[in-house]
Design a binder for this molecule. Structure first.
Ligand code: SAM
Length: 393
């Protein structure tokens, strides 16, 4: 059995957390990178050079007064493909038009192309024909991309059984090491010798452990071929939920800031197909999804009713607006309901919340009417939920 498989299976949950030494190294690297940024640059360009640091952190470290690159209009540049809206729990960061075009070109350029795309809908939407396959669990892809013509397997990546023999495999997992390992293992088995494995890689200051995680990822893919890395080659649009998180932290950006390195692995050795890798760091979480107007609303499955109230605030948040998009944030465990506009709350009475969301679910048409009707039926108990959902009425 190849040694990386053993590595994956034996990774310890502790390795997901930065050690003190790693934290100190991270802070010193932050100082060095931010110290090298030209003070004349506008805030977005400073963020683009900050190697993945979240803009609210960049803004805390760098003097931002007088910098351009910010906008007072938070919705000025909302991504065009996002109805229903994107959600952080699905890791839905879409590439800019330019970056998805670059990746689609790379997919087309391979000789005798048979492409496998794991979680790359914006790229898949640019490809045609039966020689590509998109694996993605989202139920919304055909609504967001009516032009999508390649076959789609709607599935968890870790549950899919793909055959080997793809000349190009492109993948963009959520930016967490265990997702990367699980997706890469599947990608490395699907790519044929002589083919290419292509993916964006988060930059070294994305979080304290990011530099080490990058080394682990690059070490893993080196086991199947020659690795080429193009620094900062790919850009992501700012999804609405991230715009809201940034604005809650006092930062408004007028163009995309999030970048990734582009990794192309020239595969020389294909690997036998085996089982998917179990996740090691994330406790199992399960969320139900509702579509209310253009919003996607996720509710943590579970929990018996505590009392009659529907929802309550997560401590420290004004108007339920959450200033983070990270899966690892400590407040995350307090969140039971999370909207695609990055408003979050705790739930006290799941049954009443489910009933309210079932009543509100559906398109924009008649939504104010549905909200008024719910309010008339449930009384002021439901008011806070309606406010959190930004319901017109
Ligand atoms: C990080 S986004 C990448 C999107 C890509 N940047 C693009 O522009 O096409 C992840 C994609 O993978 C899908 N996804 C996330 N987790 C998944 C999982 N565990 N299994 C299958 N699909 C998943 C999401 O629906 C989303 O489309």
């Amino acid at each position: 059995m190849p040694s990386f498989t053993v590595d994956v299976a034996q990774r310890k949950p502790e390795s997901a957390v930065a050690s003190d030494r790693e934290g100190a190294r991270y802070r010193s690297r932050v100082r060095a990178v931010l110290g090298s940024i030209d003070p004349a640059l506008d805030l977005v360009d400073a963020c683009r050079r900050a190697k993945g640091m979240f803009p609210t952190e960049v803004a805390q470290w760098l003097p931002t007064e007088g910098r351009t690159g910010t906008s007072l209009e938070p919705h000025a540049d909302d991504s065009y493909r996002c109805i229903p809206e994107l959600h952080p729990l699905d890791g839905e960061w879409y590439f800019t038009e330019e970056s998805s075009a670059i990746l689609a070109d790379l997919a087309r350029r391979a000789p005798a192309t048979r492409s496998l795309l794991l979680g790359m809908p914006t790229v898949a939407a640019r490809l045609t024909g039966q020689d590509a396959l998109l694996v993605d669990r989202s139920p919304f892809l055909h609504t967001r991309f009516p032009e999508l013509s390649v076959p789609v397997e709607r599935s968890e990546v870790s549950a899919v059984r793909v055959r080997p023999g793809f000349s190009v495999v492109l993948l963009d997992p959520p930016w967490y090491i265990d997702d990367f390992f699980a997706w890469l293992e599947i990608g490395m088995r699907a790519a044929e010798a002589g083919g290419r494995l292509i993916f964006p890689l988060f930059q070294e200051l994305t979080r304290a452990e990011a530099a080490r995680e990058r080394e682990e990822i690059l070490g893993l893919v080196e086991s199947v071929g020659r690795v080429e890395l193009v620094a900062g080659a790919l850009d992501y649009d700012i999804p609405l939920f991230e715009r809201r998180a940034l604005s809650a932290g006092g930062v408004l950006l007028n163009k995309p800031w999030r970048r990734a390195d582009l990794v192309v692995v020239h595969v020389t050795r294909s690997l036998p197909a085996v089982r998917a890798v179990p996740r090691v760091d994330a406790p199992h979480e399960s969320w139900s999804t509702f579509v209310v107007g253009t919003q996607v609303v996720k509710v943590r499955d579970a929990a018996a009713a505590v009392d009659e109230r529907l929802i309550d605030s997560v401590p420290g948040l004004a108007n339920h607006l959450y200033d983070s998009v990270s899966r690892r944030e400590s407040r995350r465990s307090l969140i039971d309901i999370w909207t695609s506009r990055n408003r979050v709350a705790r739930i006290f009475n799941p049954q009443r919340v489910y009933a309210a969301l079932n009543h509100l679910a559906g398109g924009e048409h008649d939504l104010p009417e549905r909200a008024r009707c719910l309010l008339a039926r449930e009384g002021e108990d439901v008011e806070e939920l309606l406010n959190m959902l930004e319901m017109p009425r």
